[in-house]
Design a protein around this ligand. Structure first.
Ligand code: SF4
Length: 289
């Protein structure tokens, strides 16, 4: 871990990453791609030392409250968050200034802040987004070695449900010849139905590979699934979009099951929902009185 001073924290679309790099080790991680120009080892996480004062300043200056997003590039609940509590401090500011929050994580550490997330949701809006890829726990450990297992994430989703905090699941990536089976998709969807998730984002049954993440992914295939790298190279070459050979059937299954369960599964509508911020009257009054 190392520290850096940054010039700004909120993107034009009100997203932020308090950390840069990640300790979670998912073998398919796109954030490793060279197009992001990271100048340090991916595992040597950069901590933006002035992120919290910058955020407070940005929230104070905003003319209208809105949703603040976290976790698009780096999980906000890395192991080091236990000690640093930057995500927690950011959420406290979001609560204090009457904004809404949404974050993407693969960690049950999110439950540490359950009460805070619940309060934000009661005051304005809070949505927790969680990625699920692999129903089989042993396979999950190989693909995502340092995050909460899928079962643990499922338990976290249920706790969020019980606290009234809405959840959105990202069903991706689906890796050809590894987790691209009906059994896997059905298992994950069973979890989603039981946890009463509001919606599921799925861009297709596949993954992306580009410079930087491809090399790491192939190294990990050699280490954990000997022979599979060659199969990928033969079938996909240097393609960016890597679709499962079972993609069509699995997408049909996905849409059918979501429709049956009443789970929103239209990506455009889900992103519109995540962005939407209608401040409740009471929150506005408490803010400006
Ligand atoms: S949690 Fe996200 S950012 Fe971290 S390694 Fe996994 S995919 Fe990459």
């Amino acid at each position: 871990m190392h520290y850096a001073t940054v010039k700004g924290i909120l993107s034009a679309k009100n997203g932020m990453n308090l950390y840069r790099g990640c300790q979670h080790g998912c073998i398919y991680c796109d954030s490793r791609s060279t197009c992001y120009h990271m100048e340090h080892d991916f595992e040597d996480v950069e901590v933006k030392r002035n992120a919290i004062p910058l955020l407070e300043d940005a929230l104070r200056r905003k003319r209208k409250p809105c949703m603040i997003g976290m976790g698009s590039m780096t999980d906000p609940y890395l192991p080091l968050e236990e000690e640093l509590c930057h995500t927690r401090q950011a959420l406290e500011l979001i609560e204090k200034y009457g904004f809404g929050a949404t974050l993407i994580t693969k960690s049950a550490r999110v439950l540490r802040d359950l009460e805070l997330l619940k309060r934000i949701n009661e005051q304005t809006k809070c949505v927790v987004q969680m990625t699920l890829t692999t129903y089989d726990e042993a396979l999950c450990r190989k693909l995502e070695p340092a995050v909460s297992t899928t079962r643990e994430r499922f338990e976290a989703l249920k706790r969020l449900r019980d606290a009234g905090v809405p959840t959105v699941v990202w069903l991706c990536p689906i890796l050809p010849f590894l987790n691209d089976t009906e059994e896997n998709i059905n298992g994950l969807l069973d979890y989603c139905v039981e946890a009463k998730v509001k919606s599921i984002i799925c861009f297709g049954m596949g993954m992306t590979l580009r410079e930087g993440n491809r090399e790491y992914f192939y190294q990990q295939l050699d280490r954990r699934f000997p022979g599979l790298k060659e199969k990928y190279i033969r079938r996909y070459g240097n393609a960016y979009m890597i679709d499962s050979p079972n993609s069509q059937e699995l997408m049909k299954l996905f849409h059918r099951r979501c429709a049956e369960a009443g789970i929103l599964h239209d990506n455009d509508r889900i992103f519109a929902y995540l962005d939407e911020f209608n401040v409740k009257e009471q929150a506005q009054l408490s803010l400006f009185n």
